[in-house]
Design a protein around this ligand. Structure first.
Ligand SMILES: Cc1ncc(C[n+]2csc(CCOP(=O)(O)OP(=O)(O)O)c2C)c(N)n1
Length: 472
């Protein structure tokens, strides 16, 4: 049976090989006397091993040159020069195992006590950079605490925190250049914060007032800012991933010295968009960094029910994408990995996949109670023992760059600024009614025009049913 199968697949490969060679001859249509044509014709008749040069010329960019045709292992003999590169034959029927012998290790710089591990290999961070990274991590944490409370009191309709994921947010943002384009999921407010989106900008979006860049069109948390090269968040999970590959391809065509960074959760990696985006980026050699925040949960679905593979990092190899698994709660490791990934993406025009292991300490969103599906002990362990802010603080403190007084001052001033920002946002004018219908299409389409007329008619007939503070 095995011999039969192997025999059949060999015939299939040989036929495929012939068809591809003829197709290549057709596509390139060289004059019959040209050397290229004779190589292709020769491939139709001669053994593949004699046609290396012609196929290498036909598939110059996508060939895998690493496959060894001859191997010390005597069971491996001869190779077929398949269009994608040489593939050795083997007489042994061996299935590739579903997982490696060992799990892919996780790159880490700081141990739990904030001490660099022996022989750690990382990108140096200046005092100024380290202090800004730490301050922004604390600001993000405080912002999440305050806005979450404000939501619970009913002053905003929805909120979602990045608690536990502050290092992935801030350290990855710190490693990028302002020209790099961000396509976020929704748990990456820290990237915007790092880029200069102010606490007032955040509050304006959450309240949906006239100063909100989206003019109240989006749900709270769906931030976006042209000025900060940050695409507006869209709720359908993973749609940003193939879009990121497309944007990266555009950057490459424009010869910009920048890359795209797209963020997503472990849950998003099960969406078909993840696979389409990865493959497109690999084939088109697009400078995009895929950052998967593997935080253990997709709402109530734990990762054990999300995939059977060794996490997300191993999927990179399947698509021909260089990948790394990193400790997402170690700001120095995240910073170093993203800085290095950026250099490779921009200088070599290639996608990179980073799987950051972290934990979603908060509930999924303000409409979730995660204690219904996971233990409080588990949450507390990640909140306390693996807290990314505390770990980085220990390192910054040991360097003599941060002290208790700085901490107190920072936390007090951020809280004050946030409370003031909310008050200002609440007092600001609501966006005018027409804002609901403009800014999406260049020219308002007739169906939207009709909806606006109907809405105005309804407000005229039932004024008591509509908010009085929206300018008509
Ligand atoms: C296409 C689609 N399916 C389902 C949902 C509902 N949904 C919203 S968030 C979420 C979980 C996403 O989990 P993950 O990608 O791991 O990100 P995390 O929330 O953990 O950061 C789901 C299923 C959605 N918004 N879009």
């Amino acid at each position: 049976m095995a011999t039969l199968l192997l025999g059949r697949s060999r015939t299939v490969i040989q036929n495929l090989f012939k068809r591809t060679a003829s197709l290549a001859a057709l596509t390139h249509s060289p004059p019959s006397s040209s050397p290229a044509a004779s190589h292709v014709e020769c491939c139709d008749r001669a053994p593949p091993s004699q046609c290396n040069r012609s196929l290498a010329a036909l598939f110059p960019f996508s060939r895998h040159e690493s496959t060894k045709a001859e191997d010390d292992d005597t069971r491996i003999y001869k190779a077929i020069d398949f269009p994608g590169g040489k593939v050795a034959f083997t007489s042994e029927m061996r299935f590739i195992p579903e997982s490696g012998e060992k799990r892919v290790p996780c790159y880490r710089v700081l141990d739990d006590d904030g001490v660099p591990m022996p022989d750690s290999n990382y990108v140096q961070v200046s005092k100024e950079m380290a202090v800004k990274m730490y301050s922004d991590m604390v600001t993000l944490q405080t912002m999440d605490n305050v806005f979450y409370e404000v939501q619970r009191r009913g002053r905003i309709s929805f909120y979602l925190t990045s608690m536990g994921e502050e290092a992935v947010n801030i350290a990855s943002a710190a490693a990028l250049s302002a020209d790099d384009v961000i396509l976020p999921q929704y748990r990456e407010s820290g990237v915007l914060l790092w880029r200069g989106f102010t606490l007032q900008d955040f509050a304006n979006q959450l309240i949906g007032n006239e100063a909100d860049f989206g003019k109240g069109k989006q749900m709270p948390i769906h931030y976006g800012s042209n000025k900060h090269n940050y695409f507006t968040i869209s709720s359908p999970i993973a749609t940003q991933i193939p879009q990121a590959a497309g944007v990266a391809y555009a950057l490459k065509m424009e010869r910009k010295k920048a890359c795209v960074v797209t963020y997503f959760g472990d849950g998003a990696s099960s969406e078909v968009d993840f696979h389409a985006g990865m493959n497109f980026a690999a084939v088109m050699e697009a400078p995009v960094i895929f950052i998967c925040r593997n935080n253990g949960w997709a709402i109530s679905t734990p990762i054990e029910e999300q995939f059977r593979s060794d996490g997300v990092v191993v999927k990179g190899r399947a698509y021909g994408i260089r990948s790394i698994r990193v400790d997402g709660n170690d700001a120095l490791a995240v910073y170093s990995a993203v800085r290095t990934a950026r250099e490779m993406a921009v200088n070599e025009n290639r996608p990179i996949l980073i799987e950051a292991l972290t934990y979603r300490v908060g509930h999924h969103s303000a409409t979730d109670d995660s204690t219904k599906y996971r233990s409080i002990d588990e949450i507390e362990y990640w909140k306390k023992a693996q807290n990314p802010i505390n770990r980085f603080k220990r390192w910054v403190g040991k360097n003599g760059w941060w002290g208790d007084e700085d901490e107190l001052k920072l936390r007090e001033s951020v809280k004050k600024e946030l409370l003031q920002a909310i008050q200002v946002a609440e007092k600001a004018q609501k966006p005018a009614l027409e804002e609901l219908f403009i800014d999406v299409y260049d020219q308002v389409p007739s169906n939207l025009d009709g909806q606006e007329r109907q809405l105005r008619e309804a407000i005229k007939n039932h004024p008591g049913d509509y908010p009085s503070d929206v300018p008509l």
